[in-house]
Design a protein around this ligand. Sequence first.
Ligand SMILES: Cc1cc2nc3c(=O)[nH]c(=O)nc-3n(C[C@H](O)[C@H](O)[C@H](O)COP(=O)(O)OP(=O)(O)OC[C@H]3O[C@@H](n4cnc5c(N)ncnc54)[C@H](O)[C@@H]3O)c2cc1C
Length: 388
Amino acid sequence: MTALEATVPLEEARDALWDVVVVGAGPAGSLAARELARHSLSVLLVDRSSFPRKKLCGCCLNRASLSALEKVGLGDLAIRSGARPIRELRMIVKGRASLFPQATDLSLSREVFDTALAREAVGAGAEFLPQTHASLDPGTGPTRSLRLRQGEREGTVRTRIVVAADGLGGDLLRRETGSEIRIGKRSRIGAGVIVQTAPAYYSEGTAFMVSAQGGYMGLVRLEDNRLNIAAAFDPEEVKRSGGAGHLAQRLLREAGLPSIDGLAALNWSGKPALTRSRHSPAGHRLFLIGDTASYVEPFTGEGMAWALTSGIAVTPFVLRALREGPSEIPEEWSRRYSQLFGKRQTICRLITQMLRRPLLSRIVLDVFSFIPALPRALIKYVNAPIGQ
Ligand SMILES: Cc1cc2nc3c(=O)[nH]c(=O)nc-3n(C[C@H](O)[C@H](O)[C@H](O)COP(=O)(O)OP(=O)(O)OC[C@H]3O[C@@H](n4cnc5c(N)ncnc54)[C@H](O)[C@@H]3O)c2cc1C
């Protein structure tokens, strides 16, 4: 995969007054940058990583994600990037396996997916600054300023609007009052690894999900046959087990799944507390999208759908803020944001709370096997296009 290079040098970026600076080139930020650039705005997309970059994720794109992409003419992006179909989800709770057809649609590594989306943003006219860390200065004036750091080099850029899409681990808004993060009670942490060689049992076309005391994890083959593992674990359980890899091994063993050689010794990546929100997804000349605005544990695999949808939905609000000045628009974005994601995130939160009780989860799975219409309805809801 070819690298996506910067399209503008830092020195030039800091001399301009931008219409919009988007921070974070994940699904939310890249799609927002693309949509805004398509309206002939001057858009700067900044990311601290170089692309392709890895991102801890289950790498499953559900139907709602694909519908969001279709809405903006990118319906074929995942497939043309090499995504593989997923026919079924095999869930194992307390040793009992259940099969759910069409729970999610495609698997694609985040290196490939996110680079393809960032490339679309550049193709639409956005300028791209990778390997650049951004930090928002406090401000209430007609423009906002951001400090950019590229290794030893530094600069300040000015923009009329900031779109914050720096995700769970981002620190863009560290000094922004009113944007403090609220962490969900007993929030789990993220952990993941990509395995080069894994037993053939973990076959293409099936997503595996194991849930037990201490957390859950998903396993899926990627487009290049590597096995992606992504988990939400209780932090105390990770400590007790001697690390995420050891806990993952235990979960596989308890589920009766084939063990993966050297799993504990691999270089696992982590994410801070997963369930979180902010007081508001907007501020002065500032719009928050994707995980930056709010996130709930990944069990239902909807994060990318929320991120992509918010990246599209924010566009008219940014356009109006540029035309009319900020006025009431941030509050309107807050309301729209809750309309789009409030109910979905509540349902996801309830499911993840249920999962903390493996016996209850097992009972629910038993009920599901007697009344298959119930899981079908839930899967249909999770996969339905958002906001239509
Ligand atoms: C364990 C786990 C499993 C998951 N599984 C799935 C799944 O199967 N399906 C699904 O749909 N979702 C899943 N998700 C959720 C999904 O990964 C996220 O919801 C999605 O990536 C959010 O996209 P985003 O654009 O908001 O943020 P991100 O994809 O996190 O992008 C944020 C970007 O901002 C950049 N950045 C951060 N700070 C700065 C800064 N200060 N300056 C410049 N750049 C910065 C980062 O480098 C990064 O590129 C999972 C999440 C976890 C943790």
